[in-house]
Design a protein around this ligand. Structure first.
Ligand SMILES: [Zn+2]
Length: 93
């Protein structure tokens, strides 16, 4: 189980500014807007990150994610690739 929230105030504006729809830090998912929180693909994407946290643990995931982020960037990060793939598959059925 995990909980989800919608950001507000200056934090919400900052997320919007940097183009983030949502992010997960186990056991919480934060969406940048109500609209983003209602988009199925975004929900599945963030849920997959929760699955990744369960697999590697909080620290284990963050260390691995950070390593790949520094090495190959956001788009090519294997954790992001997996989350995008799973989310797309869920939405397309
Ligand atoms: Zn992601």
């Amino acid at each position: 189980m995990y909980r989800s929230f919608v950001a507000c105030g200056i934090f919400q504006r900052w997320l919007h500014k940097i183009g983030v729809l949502g992010f997960a830090v186990w056991p919480v998912v934060v969406y940048s807007t109500v609209q983003a929180s209602q988009e199925e693909e975004v929900q599945h994407h963030e849920h997959q990150h929760i699955v990744q946290y369960r697999k590697y643990g909080l620290v284990g995931f963050l260390v691995r994610y950070g390593f790949y982020h520094l090495r190959v960037g956001y788009d090519a990060n294997p954790f992001e690739i997996e989350a995008r793939k799973v989310a797309r598959r869920q939405v397309q059925g």
